[in-house]
Design a protein around this ligand. Sequence first.
Ligand code: TRP
Length: 454
Amino acid sequence: MANGSRPEWGTRFGFIMAAAGSAVGLGNIWKFPYITGENGGGLFVLIYLVCVALVAMPIMVSELLLGQGSRQTPVGAFHFFHREGSSWGMAGWLGVLAGFVILSYYSVVAGWAMHYVLLSLTGFTSQGPEAIGETFGKLYTAADLNLLWHTLFMVLTVGVVIGGVKKGIEKTCNVLMPVLMLLLVFIVIRGIFLPDNGFMKAVEFIFMPHAEMLSAHSVLEALGHAFFTLSLGMGAMLTYGSYLGSNKDVVRSALSVSILDTVIALLACMMIFPVIFAFGYEPEAGPGLVFKTIPIVFAQVPGGQFLSLCFFLLLLLAALSSAISILEVVTATLIDRLDWQRRKAAILSGLVIFVFGIPSALSGSGKLFGAWQEIFGRNFFDTMDYLASNWMLPVGGLLTSIYVGWIADETKVRKAFGAEHHSPWLYIGFRLLVRFVTPVAVTLVLLNKVGLLG
Ligand code: TRP
């Protein structure tokens, strides 16, 4: 295994940008604002923060230390901390499989963002609300457009990953992330000057506690989201951790990435809701909010075309930096396990993911696997999303915490954690969380899902 030539991040800043780039994605831009509203605002945000701190952070620290300590991708890392050939290597392969599944449909959504960037450039916001609203339906059902954008996005992602850790991923994220944050702050500030007190209404909607909207289910939803939004459970953080020099502190890194991700999620709320409220629209779930409501309301703000361009560019950048991290898990695993060249590994895994994504790209048009919907109750695209975010990632996270808490060699874990550089209580706290709190919490999330199926 190519351990001697292990790539490394150029700077700590570069690593934080790359890891935050992985974490900040569609989950932050549309999912978090929406579930926050649905679960009553302020209290939900508070519960979410507790979930990040007590459940998600321990798993992020676990992934980073597994990567940093072993300097290997998931499969090798699970061997390193247990024993060579350990069947826990399967947990690593599960992550690789999850990577295939997630990226195959993530690329389709990112493709929509590309289409909307182009539409914004050509001024589609000057059409009436009705025509703008219909745009998404037209795109969704157009097989050729979906294939085209899916192809382009995968080519872009593969191109970055071929460039390698420092020259490809780090360099790209060092630009993407600051631009993303600038765009975000710009749209938020624009929101302050909207009519009808939209901004204050949004602040109230997001931060005022509406306890009556909160239920036990909200807690589990917050927990599940904390997990998804930090890219945990498939070895993405583990792989990025494997490029982290051994003198870098994993606890501090996990803290920085989690804080950045949370701040961006909250800013995304402050970006989306003021416009929605200023024009009397209702926050809607899913693609409908991002691809229909947003362009319609932006069209009514002076300078709406530019705002719309900024917004979809931001969405595209967020999706690209997440996609890169997913492809890197697959690519790096092939490099580590099969000694492949990076170029060959990136192109071939990108190609397989591309082909696997074709049914998702064609889901809206019903062109391929049209009967899928009747058999499984959701189309191919939704099935992949459901499988990955509801099952593969939580199971991956559960396995990671059980592994680090109960299976892995404790001396190695303690060393990779950097226990001697911290107060002993920090390590004891981590150990307690990862052994008891995290596995129980993730199991509850999974049980809740099973209950919801019935
Ligand atoms: N965190 C990403 C988001 O918020 C989505 C995601 C989940 C992800 N798991 C991942 C991205 C693994 C990269 C790798 O949209």
